[in-house]
Design a protein around this ligand. Sequence first.
Ligand SMILES: NC(=O)c1ccc[n+]([C@@H]2O[C@H](COP(=O)([O-])OP(=O)(O)OC[C@H]3O[C@@H](n4cnc5c(N)ncnc54)[C@H](OP(=O)(O)O)[C@@H]3O)[C@@H](O)[C@H]2O)c1
Length: 328
Amino acid sequence: MKAAICTKYGPPEVLQIQTVTKPSPKKNEVLIRVCYTNVTSGDIRIRGFIVPPSYWIPARMMLGIFKPRYPIIGTIFSGEIVEIGSNVKKFDIGDKVFGSKEHAGGTYAEYITIEEDKSIVNIPEGFSFKEAAAIVWGGGTSNYFLTQGNIKQGDEVMIYGASGSLGTAAVQIAKSLGATVTGVCSGANVDLVKSLGADKVIDYKKIDFTKQGIKYDVIFDSVGKSDIQGSINSLKHNGIYIHAVAAPSNELKIKVALRGTNKKYIGGTPTVNKAFIDKIKSLAEEGVLKPVIDREYTFEEIIEAHRYVEKGHKKGNVLIAFAEETAF
Ligand SMILES: NC(=O)c1ccc[n+]([C@@H]2O[C@H](COP(=O)([O-])OP(=O)(O)OC[C@H]3O[C@@H](n4cnc5c(N)ncnc54)[C@H](OP(=O)(O)O)[C@@H]3O)[C@@H](O)[C@H]2O)c1
């Protein structure tokens, strides 16, 4: 089978499409023919080893000292089960599934194996493979953060970075929780963010929201680019600041800014497991989470896709198609 191999850390060109051995499922695993994967901001970080200096050593320990520990990167998949191990009970050949390979990666490949108890579920009712692959990364992560934000009907919630993968999902989820949502994005994305349900949209290139004197119950910085002190000043008494980019240097700044206040901080990383993917499926089937797809590339164009995502201005999600949906 064909796979994109990440031979070392570096620019998009370190990805090489090679022919590798097709995996065989173990007793408790299924073999999936991948239809779509999602080029996430996380894939870019791993491929380029783009991490904050304060996180350099732990990140090398986790991802691989000299090159990615798992040479086939990519975490998100949708596709069809084409073979099952002898002990598999929850899935069958022909099932249409989606999910995440978590830290092990491996989805930049025509076929993947995954244990049936891991992060894999049937695709949401009425969703295509393409749509399913577009809701996992941002949908799951934003749901994890916003659930902890304890959002109530009528809360004033700001989604900073509302046009990215996390941001587009966060606007939709916050709205479904009954919040009045303010999205922050550049002018080019105002219409997109409004179409997702935002009540107000602020163009960060024209307006500094921290100078407007408006206070929020929750501010979710989904891209890690908000002014930390200004954001915390813009929270109501007991307000919550959620920050998706959990570098130790950010956490330190946040903790200093929170001293002497009743405001709270939420950060960290979700545990990606079957329950995590199941929740994304429910949100999709309830009509809360709609896919936002910016571009679709062929597998052969994966370097081009990485160049685009690395610019940091995609709208929602960028997908790689291994095959036409009709081929399944
Ligand atoms: N904690 C965790 O477990 C976790 C999990 C997943 C992701 N993350 C992190 O979350 C961050 C966002 O991920 P993502 O996948 O959503 O990224 P993404 O889709 O690549 O984000 C792109 C978006 O960011 C917006 N943006 C860029 N600069 C901005 C600025 N200064 N102010 C406001 N918006 C700006 C862009 O909008 P414009 O073009 O309008 O500027 C673009 O739409 C990444 O750093 C990622 O590593 C953390």
